[in-house]
Write a protein that binds this ligand. Structure first.
Ligand SMILES: NC(=O)c1ccc[n+]([C@@H]2O[C@H](COP(=O)([O-])OP(=O)(O)OC[C@H]3O[C@@H](n4cnc5c(N)ncnc54)[C@H](OP(=O)(O)O)[C@@H]3O)[C@@H](O)[C@H]2O)c1
Length: 274
């Protein structure tokens, strides 16, 4: 199967490399040309080149615009897999458009960041037809270490948004806690191992606290992308008439930091508020 990868950001570029290294015939497209030898000039050209179309795009707007640019090339032989984290409405919209065109669609966002993508160790949250997941499994396994089938289309989007909310509010809490400890004379070097031996320690704390302490915000997952995901979470909460004060506070803080110019840093730049 020829594969086209749309979006050569932190994740898409690494997944395209891994698919190529595994022997697949890969075509890529990025809004801002990256000068790769496998690049198509337009989404339509990339759609024409492959049966399997994989989106690793920023958000719902990016997915809808890209879909519209390639729509006229779509045939029932195509399969669309959306790996981008988007709002639930966009997932439903993509599924509806594909259904109208008789094209299989998989809602398949992922967890895992720059290093996991590099190592082909993402974890896909897959939602949709299990036969389609089984058909795609050998390809999904090139870029992942686990594929979790969550249910019908939309389920994976919801779980992805909800779990990102946990990561964002956790890093906000870690930032507040480390700032309090530091302000009262406990160094970061003393604080971090104490957290990591505590039940509140986590793989996320182990990953983020040391670099936060060093002021190293090399981007694995951008503050701007975490901010947009927090907006999706607030939309889901609102639709369900739920009050989510931690989500609101963390989202507002991320907004403010993005406006201060930190949007492209890693989202652990939440610590910059202190
Ligand atoms: N990085 C992570 O750790 C991680 C983890 C889980 C999920 N995700 C999700 O996976 C997706 C990709 O993540 P990433 O970190 O690779 O993001 P990224 O580095 O910010 O890359 C975003 C990509 O989307 C493209 N894009 C943005 N707006 C567009 C538009 N209107 N039309 C067409 N293309 C557009 C960008 O193109 P340009 O180069 O032209 O800007 C770029 O290729 C996002 O939805 C993110 O939330 C990321």
């Amino acid at each position: 199967m020829n594969i086209s990868v749309f979006g050569l950001g932190i994740i898409g570029a690494r997944c395209a490399d891994n698919l190529t290294a595994a022997g697949h015939s890969v075509t890529t497209w990025n809004r801002t040309p990256k000068g790769r030898p496998d690049s198509a000039d337009s989404p339509a050209q990339a759609a024409k080149a492959s049966q399997l179309l994989c989106f690793y795009l920023k958000d719902g707007v990016a997915c809808r615009e890209t879909f519209e640019s390639l729509r006229h090339e779509l045939t029932p032989n195509h399969i669309l897999v959306n790996h981008s984290t988007v709002d639930l409405e966009t997932t439903e919209w993509l599924a509806e458009q594909c259904s109208k065109l008789n094209i299989p669609f998989l809602d398949a966002p992922f967890t895992g960041s720059k290093v996991a993508a590099q190592n082909g160790e993402l974890v896909y949250y897959a939602a949709g037809d299990s036969t389609l997941i089984d058909t795609l499994r050998p390809i999904l396994e090139v870029t992942s270490k686990e594929i979790i089938h969550l249910g019908s289309t939309g389920t994976a989007t919801i779980v992805k948004i909800a779990t990102n909310l946990i990561s964002a509010t956790t890093v906000q809490a870690l930032s507040e806690a480390m700032a309090i400890a530091k302000a009262h004379g406990v160094s970061e070097q003393t604080f971090i191992p104490a957290v990591l031996s505590n039940a509140c320690g986590s793989p996320l704390a182990a990953m983020k606290l040391p670099t936060m302490a060093q002021g190293d915000y090399d981007t694995h997952f951008s503050l701007d992308n975490m901010r947009k995901d927090s907006v999706f979470a607030l939309e889901l909460a609102k639709a369900a008439k739920l009050k989510t004060p931690a989500a609101e506070a963390t989202s507002a803080t991320m907004n403010a930091l993005c406006e201060e110019g930190f949007a492209d840093l890693d989202y652990s730049a939440l610590y910059k508020q202190f």
